[in-house]
Design a protein around this ligand. Structure first.
Ligand code: FES
Length: 160
C-alpha cells in the first residue's frame, strides 16, 4: 500500500495495516515516527498502550515526535515542544485550562482542564507477532491536523 501522492488524504480510500517497526524498537524508544502511505505519523508506547496520531501538530505544524508525555488531569498527553499544547494520546483531543464557571466570582477564579475536541487525527496502532502495524484513519470527519495534507497547504508550500 505505497502511495506516490505527497499529500494523501486517507479519508478517500480503505486503508490497510502497514508494518512500521518492531515491538522491541517501540518498547525501547517509546515512540516511532515516519510515513505511512505518505502521511506523517507518530506511534507512542506509553504504560502498555500503543497510540498513533498525525505527527505534525494541528496548531502550527510542530514536531509531536519530540514532545514529552505528561499526565494532565488523568489523561496521558503528548505536549507539543513548540507551544506546549497538550493532546491526549487516547483520542487526539486538545486540552486547555478554562475558567471553572462555578468559581467565576472568586479572585482569581479556578481553572480546570477542558477539551477543545479532537484536533489531531488518530490512526490505529497494533502490535502483532513482535511487530507494530499502523492503519491510517479514513474517518470522514475532518480534523484540524488534516490541514497539513490539504491542497491549500500544498499550494502554500509550493509557492514559498
Ligand atoms: Fe504545536 Fe503550536 S505547533 S503547540
Amino acid at each position: 500500500a505505497v502511495s506516490a501522492a505527497p499529500f494523501p488524504d486517507p479519508r478517500s480510500s480503505a486503508q490497510e495495516a502497514v508494518q512500521v517497526c518492531t515491538e522491541a524498537h517501540l518498547r525501547k524508544e517509546g515512540r516511532w515516527s515516519g510515513q505511512v502511505d505518505g502521511r506523517d505519523v507518530v506511534v507512542f508506547h506509553h504504560q502498555g498502550g500503543s497510540y498513533c496520531m498525525d505527527r505534525i501538530c494541528h496548531h502550527a505544524g510542530g514536531p509531536l515526535q519530540d514532545g514529552d508525555i505528561e499526565d494532565i488531569a488523568g489523561h496521558a498527553c503528548i505536549v507539543c515542544p513548540w507551544h506546549k499544547i497538550k493532546i491526549t494520546l487516547a483520542s487526539g483531543e486538545s486540552l486547555y485550562r478554562a475558567i471553572d464557571p462555578a468559581t467565576i466570582k472568586q479572585r482569581p477564579p479556578k481553572t480546570r482542564w477542558t477539551s477543545k475536541g479532537v484536533k489531531q487525527r488518530m490512526h490505529t496502532a497494533e502490535i502483532r507477532n513482535g511487530n507494530v502495524y499502523v492503519t491510517l484513519s479514513n474517518n470522514e470527519q475532518k480534523v484540524d491536523s488534516d490541514y497539513y495534507y490539504s491542497e491549500e497547504y500544498k499550494k502554500l508550500v509550493s509557492s514559498s
